[in-house]
Structures are given as C-alpha cells and as structure tokens.
Ligand binder design. Structure first.
Ligand code: SAJ
Length: 418
C-alpha cells in the first residue's frame, strides 16, 4: 500500500486516538462517526473525550489536512472499525453498531480494500460481519478461512490500550492480528505498521476475538481474587493489604489490589461475552464478575456500620452524621466516571443519607456535572474537618500523599492508603 487512505469508523476512546496516530504519520485519514457534534469538534481540531496527549495530535493532524471527520462513509483503502459493543439486558452482547457499520460501508467498498474490526466482540462476530457485508455486496468475493483468493481483506485486531496511556501504548504494545486468511493478516499488518512499533503476531479471527476477551477476563478474575481476600480478611480480622504484600514476596505469587469494585467500560463488561457464549463452562469467569459486582454493596454496608459506630460513640443523631467520600473516578488519577464503583457507592450513600454525603474528587471541577447531584462536591481542604465517616474509594496520588481528617473520624478504606 503506497499512500493509502484510511477510514476509521467510530471516533471514540479507541477510534479517535487510532485515527490521530495514522494521521501523525502523514497518512490521509477519514474519520466517520454518527455523532455530528463529535465530528464538528474534531474538524475544529478539538476533542470530545479526555486522553492525555490526544488533543495536540488531533489539532496538528486536522491543521495539516491529514485528518477529516464526517458522518458518511467514503471510499478508502482500509477501514478500521472501532464502534462500541455494549450489552443488552441479561448480559447479552449488542453487536448492532457493527452491523450498522457493515451496511453503511458496503456501498463504498472496492476490490482490494482491507477491513479491520477492532471493537471488542463475541467470538464469531468477524464472520457475522462478513455475512452482512457479502449480503450487501454480492458482487465482491469476501475471504473464507481455509480458502484462498478474495476481493476484500478482513481481519479482527483487538485494541489493548490502557486509558490514560493510550498514545504510548498504541505505538508500543504488541497487537494480535486475526486475519480470515493469511493474505488478510498480511494486509492488516501493512496498516498497523504505519505507526505500531510492537510485534504483530498473526492468528485466525476467532482466536484474536477470544484473546481480547481473555485478557480482560484474566484481570477481572485476579481482581476478584483480591476482592474476595478483602472480605475474608475483614471477617478474620486480618489486614488484607499487609497480607497481599507479604504473599507477593513469594517469587511466583502476584496478587492484584482489592478496591470498591471494578469499573470502566471494559473489564466489567467483556468477561460477560465469554459467559454468554459458553455459560455452563465459564464458571470462574462468571463468579469473578459476581464477586467484583458485589463489592460496592459490601462497602455500603461497611459505611452503614461506621455511621452506627459514630452514633454510638458520640450520641449524634444518625441523620446528622456527615459522610465524606474520597474519589469518584473509576480508577486513580483520571477523571473518567464511566461505570465507576466509587460514583455508584457515593450516589447510593447519598440516597441512604440525604444531605449528609460530601465528595472530594481532585480530577473533576465543581461545574463538571450538568445536573444537580445528590451529594455535594467539595475541595480537599474544605473536607478536612467535616468527616464523621471518611470513605476512601480511589487511591488518587493526592490522597496517597497524605489524607487528614479529624482524629475521631471513622474510616472505611477500600484502597488501603490510610
Ligand atoms: N482495579 C482493581 N485492582 C487492581 C487493578 C484494577 O480494583 O489491582 C480496578 C480499577 O480500579 C478499575 C478497574 O479495575 O475500576 C479496571 O481498571 P484497569 O486499570 O485494570 O483497566 P482499564 O479498564 O482501564 O483497561 C483495561 C486494560 N486491560 C487489561 O489490563 C487486561 C486495557 O489494557 C484494555 O485495553 C482496556 O481494559 C480495554 O479497552 O479493554
């Protein structure tokens, strides 16, 4: 591919950084998104999501004419699809955005094009995408595993970048290339070699789909182990943080950290794609999800016990006890609130204790919320003397470098930093 044009479909947390990286290598990129507001923002050289380093890349790419966004698919040499795959009720994956993209790009496809699916997908989705594409374009020969010869090259290549470090990881991480045929893998490699410095091992599409789900399920299972240990340790009057630190001194043990639950839009979602396909086999994966999803409620019950402790100790009325929650984001040192257990716990506490819950979140400005919240967002300094109960929900650097509250505050520390 000499001077390819690449179309990135879906300009969100994964698609927009990928589009910007291609454009940074002076490749012409057509970004496509159904969200007109996002398209307009990008065409002004600005961004609608938060990711360090991304705005600069987009500004330069748009100013230099390498990146342009639109709502309608156009002809290109390669199409990279990065649209969301949420789940519907009962944890059933919803691949309707991928189906909609397949139908939308079908009319502009030309012989020799490459299509790469990056969206996290249940096993078999790339084959489904090919069915949707070939139904719309019977004139083109789409690839089939085990056969040779195709007009269109198709591969599944999952992203695995960590929010907050997307730009670095896009370049450095290895990427699994799951071509439907070896020729498809070779074409996908040409596309990623434009900016990826990591290795690009090849496999088939189904294995690549499962690899993405496996990585996030692995992390979920390991966090669930840590969260389960935190419940057991609490019951047995053992400090779980010390326990894990000591156990991790074993050369082959590496336990992750417990917390208030698992948030974000990936680890709490993707394992269900495995459970949904093989419900009777994926027993550990399902249990891990249940353990992690149960943790916020456990934290809430600990706060309720702490409120009772304050009442018993001080004689204060329960509805006069002030609860300060430290941290709202889904993990440390970011402002991302998506599927955040900390935010969910704070909201539930505010419903249980109306006008008694305050929150400190150094990464979020006071005017962040468009609607009025049931808790009050206050500064770190203002919170100092307020807490009858202090609930530590996120281990932001600001909190780790020293949290101070009144000596008589009762502390519920879900991150082991006090
Ligand atoms: N968490 C813990 N204890 C830990 C580590 C994390 O409770 O020891 C919690 C975090 O607080 C957070 C949640 O888990 O609530 C997820 O955070 P994370 O940092 O583990 O992962 P994400 O969701 O930001 O990104 C993950 C990454 N996957 C893996 O590390 C296997 C990333 O590489 C993927 O690209 C991303 O999901 C994705 O898009 O799928």
């Amino acid at each position: 591919m000499s001077t390819p044009t690449i179309s990135v479909i879906g300009l969100g947390y994964i698609g927009l950084p990928a589009a910007a990286m291609f454009a940074s290598q002076k490749v012409k990129v057509i970004g496509v998104d159904v969200n007109q507001k996002a398209v307009d923002t990008i065409n002004q050289g600005k961004i609608h999501i938060v990711e360090p380093g991304l705005e600069d890349l987009v500004r330069v790419a748009v100013a230099d004419g390498f990146l342009r966004a639109t709502t309608q698919p156009e002809k290109a040499d390669a199409f990279v699809i990065a649209v969301p795959t949420p789940f519907k009720g009962d944890y059933e994956p919803d691949v309707s955005y991928i189906e909609a993209v397949a139908k939308a790009i079908a009319p502009v496809l030309e012989k020799g094009n490459t299509i790469i699916l990056e969206s996290t997908s249940p096993v078999g989705t790339t084959d489904d995408m090919i069915s949707w594409l070939s139904a719309a374009r019977p004139d083109l020969k789409f690839p089939k595993e085990g056969e040779t010869g195709q007009d269109i090259y198709v591969a599944y290549c999952p992203e695995r970048v960590l929010p907050g470090q997307v730009i670095r990881e896009l370049v450095e991480n290895d990427r699994v290339i799951g071509g439907i045929t070896p020729e498809c893998s070779a074409k996908a490699i040409e596309v990623y070699r434009i900016f990826v410095k990591g290795e690009l091992p090849t496999t088939n599409a189904r294995t690549a789909e499962m690899a993405k789900l496996t990585e996030n399920a692995f992390r979920d299972v390991n966090i669930a182990f840590a969260n389960e240990l935190s419940l057991i340790s609490d019951k047995l009057d053992i400090n779980v943080w010390e326990l894990i630190e000591l156990s991790n001194r074993h050369p082959r043990v590496n336990i992750l950290q417990p917390g208030p639950g698992v948030g974000g839009h990936c680890i709490a979602v993707d394992p269900w794609f495995i459970v949904n396909k093989t419900p009777e086999l994926a027993r550990i994966v399902r249990t891990a999800r249940e353990v992690n999803d149960g943790k916020p409620q456990w934290v809430i019950s600990k706060v309720q016990e702490a409120v009772q402790e304050v009442v018993a100790k001080t004689g204060k009325a329960a509805n006069a006890v002030k609860v300060v929650c430290y941290g709202l984001a889904f993990k440390p040192n970011i402002d991302d609130l998506r599927e955040s257990p900390a935010l969910m716990i704070t909201n539930k506490l505010a419903a249980l204790y109306p006008n008694q819950v305050l929150a400190v979140e150094p990464n979020i400005a006071n005017d962040h919320f468009e609607t009025k919240q049931s808790f009050e967002l206050i500064s770190y300094d203002a919170a100092k003397d307020m807490a009858d109960v202090a609930v530590i929900l996120v281990d932001h650097n600001e909190f780790k470098s020293g949290l101070s509250f009144r000596n008589d505050s009762v502390v519920v520390d879900t991150k082991g930093i006090v």
